[in-house]
Design a binder for this molecule. Structure first.
Ligand code: CA2
Length: 150
């Protein structure tokens, strides 16, 4: 049976690579998806990769990850990081490891970006590695679930 990691991306990340490259780099979200698929494939894992600008849609997808028995979930909640108790509540229902990813180091930025509700449900947080943070998160999940490199 296939083992799937959900990779969810929050608001505005559909525009990655088109604005503020000095902060976020030049890679697009399609590049991030490719990187996630390639990293997961090394461990024989599948990726379900999605982006939404709508909080409730992200909540529904987290519930879907639970229903479909995803082996892990990577989330860059973007602007919902600091506001969304609904996303936190959904993530708290998952038994599978949740990894929070931020492309930038949120702790080096404005004070309002420092507090994350999502961190309460995260096994680990990657911040400041650029898009490599997604690959590191997937490698981390592979280790946590005992998936061996093929
Ligand atoms: O560093 C991250 O990954 C963030 O989650 C990105 C969010 C920001 O609100 C968080 O504080 C940190 C912003 C995502 C904006 O998406 C972009 C759109 C166009 C170009 C670059 C980023």
């Amino acid at each position: 049976m296939s083992q799937t990691i959900f990779v969810l991306n929050g608001p505005n990340l559909n525009l990655l690579g088109t604005r503020e490259p000095e902060k976020y780099g030049h890679s697009t979200l399609a590049d991030v998806e490719k990187l996630c698929r390639a990293t997961a494939a090394r461990f024989g894992l599948d990726v379900d990769f999605r982006q939404s600008n709508i909080e409730g849609e992200l909540v529904t997808w987290i519930q879907e990850a639970l229903a479909k028995k995803a082996v892990g979930l990577v989330i860059n909640p973007a602007g919902y990081t600091t506001t969304s108790i609904a996303i936190l509540d959904a993530l708290l229902m998952l038994k599978a490891p949740v990894i929070e990813v931020h492309i930038t180091n949120i702790h080096q930025r404005e004070e309002f970006r420092h507090h994350s509700y999502v961190s309460k449900a995260a096994k680990a947080v990657m911040a400041g590695f650029g898009i490599d943070g997604y690959a590191l998160a997937i490698t981390g999940i592979a280790g946590m679930i005992g998936a061996k490199e093929k």
